[in-house]
Design a protein around this ligand. Structure first.
Ligand SMILES: [Zn+2]
Length: 227
């Protein structure tokens, strides 16, 4: 190479390094890149509110700085309005589960289902001012609920199922340690975990298990999300 070209080559090489650096930065700064890689866990509590269990769960979520989603049974909220307001005030999401949780009457017809949803949504709105936008079928949503899912989506609800359980309804008399273990087992290595838990009155073990469940997902690098 002729000597007079050396500064030009050095200049061009420097330009290439700079361009590569800026390119890499542009990719790293792109939020979609980060979100696609993010592992997320949604803690979802069904069948409350109850007085002791729901408030213990709220205490833990507050201590841990974690947001969750509560699918409410509105008949159980009478006399527990303050607990319902606390859920909203502390930044959690309120969803509709049912007015009665009585399968026979809820699933008697499409009209019955929609009336049940409306009763629950009205109570949440009246007590907290929150307009609920997420819904979970009592007893879980199977393929048989596809038509009802469409009806609810038309009314603005996002229908939320789950892909992991803590086992508080599945394992009779499970202790807190067993519920942590079942959460870990059923969540496996999923990128997005929607964990089913219950905060109704019998589930003191669920409230006891919650710190261990949160510790597990935190250690695995999950971000806690609410709907
Ligand atoms: Zn339920």
């Amino acid at each position: 190479m002729q000597k007079k070209y050396v500064p030009l080559v050095v200049f061009l090489a420097a330009l290439l390094v700079l361009a590569a650096h800026l390119g890499a930065r542009a990719v790293l700064a792109e939020p979609a890149f980060t979100y696609a890689e993010e592992k997320r866990v949604y803690l979802t509590f069904d069948d409350g509110p109850s007085t002791i269990v729901t408030n213990r769960i709220l205490d833990t979520l507050k201590e841990e700085g974690v947001r969750a989603t509560f699918f409410i049974v509105s008949d159980r909220a009478h006399g527990r309005e303050e607990t319902l307001r606390r859920i909203a005030r502390e930044g959690h999401t309120l969803g509709v589960h049912s007015a009665t949780h009585d399968y026979a009457s809820i699933y008697a017809s499409d009209e019955a289902l929609l009336a049940d949803v409306e009763t629950c949504a009205t109570l949440i709105r009246r007590v907290t001012g929150v307009v609920p936008r997420v819904y979970r079928f009592p007893g879980g949503g199977t393929a048989a609920r596809e038509r009802q899912t469409l009806l609810l989506q038309e009314r603005g609800y996002r229908v939320v199922r789950w892909n992991a359980v803590c086992g508080d309804e599945e394992i009779r008399g499970a202790c807190a340690a067993a519920l942590v273990a079942e959460s870990v087992r059923t969540a496996g290595n999923k990128q997005n975990v929607v964990l089913l838990l219950h905060d109704s009155a019998p589930h003191r073990a669920t409230a006891e298990a919650l710190p261990g469940i949160i510790a597990h997902f935190r250690a695995q690098g999950y971000t806690f999300c609410a709907y």
